[in-house]
Design a protein around this ligand. Structure first.
Ligand code: HEC
Ligand code: HEC
Ligand code: HEC
Ligand code: HEC
Ligand code: HEC
Ligand code: HEC
Ligand code: HEC
Ligand code: HEC
Ligand code: HEC
Ligand code: HEC
Length: 337
């Protein structure tokens, strides 16, 4: 840390009006530099300082490395003229024993290791995540602690790559593949007849989920499942004069958000979908259901009456109850108009 602090002090001096951060780790949490301030920064000096810090490591880890290391300079972490940019040691730790080089032909491991390559065991998830959170604890990751991913031993580097110019998890089209490495059943869902256009690259998992944590269950991006759905399906939000209780409760009472073979994304086919909750006798006395006249619909309390409308018996309930999400018609109490 000593080395780092010294670097940050130097940067702070160059910045003048910019107050020195308590530690290097605080740097990114400072507001972005305003244009005028930025102009007063001698970018070349900052950049030179930065590269001098990195040289402690890059004198050994250079372009000859089996995996690309220096390509970090083509990523947002490679803007050496920005004083908030991490040096090698910001993430991998000061690693003083490692820096001392080989002793009796063996070199001590760096302090923070993000994978099991190179013969060293990766550091624990906490240590790996802390290295990033030092700078990235901001808004989106407020709920990382205690989230399903944190609690199950994931760290940032399980999704993000740092030394590659392309971070697949942040690109809409390539993100799902990263998630599928662990969530295989979601891939199968997304291939079903009815699905959100994720495979088509028009939507990503992160349109509904915040993988960094959330106040809502299931890592929902908004405060609830419904609030998340409403961001795109605003017409289903209401308020309706006549609400349908399961709709206001949770869209997933009827829909499988990832995919279904019953369009549109339905958990099961009406009338069965409806009958999961409405299993009493139908009071209207009108034709409904796929039943045979006078006979009980199997597994239900309904007495079947042939569907006179002829509009596909399987969707019979919807033939009459068209406003299944809610109705604003003064006479729509039964969601049929
Ligand atoms: C004296 C040369 C030397 C210096 C300086 C050095 N390293 Fe290493 N580093 C090595 C060697 C040798 C290994 C052993 C594994 C290998 O062959 O890559 C290694 C391994 C590593 C590994 C694990 C490699 C892997 O494939 O997983 C990381 C991470 C690492 N160093 C980071 C750093 C960082 C960060 C710095 C600066 C703080 C640094 N090194 C400075 C020589 C050096
Ligand atoms: C010393 C501070 C620091 C550390 C430590 C750090 N970062 Fe960053 N990170 C930054 C800065 C600065 C940027 C550029 C932000 C910008 O341009 O607004 C950045 C950018 C990013 C971005 C791209 C954001 C974007 O909008 O393009 C990702 C993803 C990221 N960091 C992930 C990580 C991960 C994962 C780790 C740990 C392995 C980590 N960072 C460690 C400072 C840091
Ligand atoms: C389960 C996978 C996953 C994990 C684990 C993960 N991220 Fe992310 N991260 C993403 C995805 C997906 C995005 C893109 C989000 C979007 O486009 O809305 C992202 C975006 C980001 C960004 C850029 C956007 C922003 O929020 O500023 C940063 C920085 C970042 N992550 C840092 C981290 C840090 C730090 C950690 C560890 C505490 C972490 N991530 C853990 C998947 C992950
Ligand atoms: C923002 C955090 C961050 C910074 C800065 C950073 N690294 Fe890394 N480093 C990682 C992560 C995470 C990995 C795991 C592989 C990946 O994500 O690309 C890694 C992997 C490595 C490896 C092992 C390569 C492998 O995949 O087996 C070496 C060696 C290494 N870093 C050296 C360096 C050197 C040298 C610097 C400075 C030029 C540096 N790192 C800067 C986070 C960082
Ligand atoms: C349209 C919004 C939406 C999209 C897009 C979406 N999800 Fe979900 N996801 C949800 C909702 C809502 C739930 C909770 C209800 C449920 O499980 O049906 C959920 C639950 C989950 C769960 C936990 C389910 C369980 O059974 O424990 C995982 C894992 C998951 N999603 C992964 C993904 C992945 C991976 C992607 C991208 C391929 C993705 N989701 C895309 C809305 C979405
Ligand atoms: C390295 C493995 C791994 C990756 C990659 C990963 N996850 Fe997860 N995810 C898990 C584990 C482990 C859990 C907790 C156990 C479970 O619910 O399956 C989890 C849980 C979840 C949950 C359910 C949370 C809950 O409380 O019900 C959602 C949603 C989720 N992940 C979404 C994503 C998304 C979106 C991505 C890609 C951006 C992703 N995951 C990438 C391992 C991973
Ligand atoms: C980021 C925007 C977005 C979010 C968030 C979102 N959707 Fe969608 N939804 C879409 C798009 C785009 C389509 C496809 C429309 C099309 O193909 O014409 C769609 C289609 C649908 C369909 C019709 C599918 C079909 O086969 O016609 C249903 C049902 C649906 N979404 C339910 C939900 C539910 C439930 C949620 C919340 C868990 C949700 N959506 C969240 C964008 C979103
Ligand atoms: C009681 C079961 C049920 C609930 C709960 C429900 N839906 Fe639906 N939804 C349906 C049915 C049935 C259809 C098919 C309607 C049709 O074919 O006429 C449908 C169709 C849709 C469609 C595609 C057609 C259209 O009207 O745009 C979208 C989008 C949709 N629902 C979104 C939502 C959202 C968002 C929620 C939560 C606010 C939700 N649904 C809650 C039963 C439900
Ligand atoms: C998850 C359970 C659930 C599902 C599935 C469901 N409903 Fe409902 N439905 C309810 C509840 C609860 C009410 C409110 C009952 C009350 O207020 O007495 C309701 C009310 C209604 C009403 C208005 C009745 C009244 O007395 O106000 C109609 C009509 C209706 N549902 C039709 C349907 C149709 C058609 C479907 C299938 C597309 C369906 N429901 C699916 C739970 C469900
Ligand atoms: C031919 C049109 C029609 C069909 C088909 C139909 N309904 Fe109805 N339903 C009505 C009418 C009209 C009412 C208003 C009640 C009345 O007039 O007594 C009603 C009332 C209801 C109610 C309010 C409580 C009650 O029993 O009066 C529920 C719940 C309901 N229907 C559910 C369903 C379900 C579930 C299906 C499919 C299995 C279905 N309906 C099929 C016309 C229909």
């Amino acid at each position: 840390m000593q080395i780092l602090t010294r670097f940050m002090m130097a940067a702070a001096v160059v910045l003048g009006a910019w107050s020195a951060p308590a530690s290097a780790a605080d740097a990114i949490r400072l507001p972005a530099l305003g244009a005028s301030q930025a102009a007063s920064v001698d970018a070349a000096v900052v950049s030179k300082q930065h590269l001098a810090e990195d040289a402690k490591c890059t004198r050994c880890h250079d372009e000859n490395e089996a995996k690309p290391i220096l390509s970090i300079f083509q990523t947002p972490h490679g803007v050496t003229a920005d004083p908030r940019t991490p040096t090698c040691q910001s993430c991998h730790g000061p690693s003083l024993a490692h820096l001392a080089g080989p002793v009796n032909g063996k070199i001590a491991p760096p302090d923070v290791r993000f994978n099991n390559d190179g013969g060293y065991k990766e550091s624990g998830a906490d240590k790996r995540a802390t290295a990033c959170l030092a700078c990235h604890s901001g808004t989106q990751r407020t709920h990382w602690e205690g989230s399903a991913h944190q609690a199950n031993g994931l760290a940032c580097s399980d999704c993000h790559v740092i030394h590659s110019p392309v971070d697949k998890v942040r690109q809409r089209a390539t993100q799902p593949a990263v998630c599928y490495t662990c969530h295989k059943d979601r891939r199968a869902d997304m291939m079903k007849v009815s699905h959100h256009p994720v495979a088509e690259g028009k939507m990503a998992c992160s349109d509904c989920h915040n993988p960094h944590g959330s106040v809502a269950p299931h890592l929902m991006k908004k405060d609830s499942v419904n609030a998340t759905c409403w961001t795109c399906h605003a017409d289903k939000r209401g308020p309706f004069l006549w609400e349908h209780q399961p709709v206001t409760e949770d869209c997933t009472n009827c829909h499988n958000p990832h995919g279904s073979n019953v369009a549109p994304l339905l958990k099961s086919r009406p009338p069965f979908l409806c009958q999961e909750c409405h299993d009493g006798p139908h009071a209207s006395g009108t034709a409904f259901g796929p039943g045979i006249a006078g006979a009980q619909v199997p597994g239900t309390g309904y007495v079947g009456v042939p569907n006179t409308s002829g509009n596909g018996a399987g969707r019979a309930c919807l033939n009459c109850h068209v406003m299944v999400h809610g109705s604003n018609n003064p006479a729509g109490a039964f969601l049929h108009r």
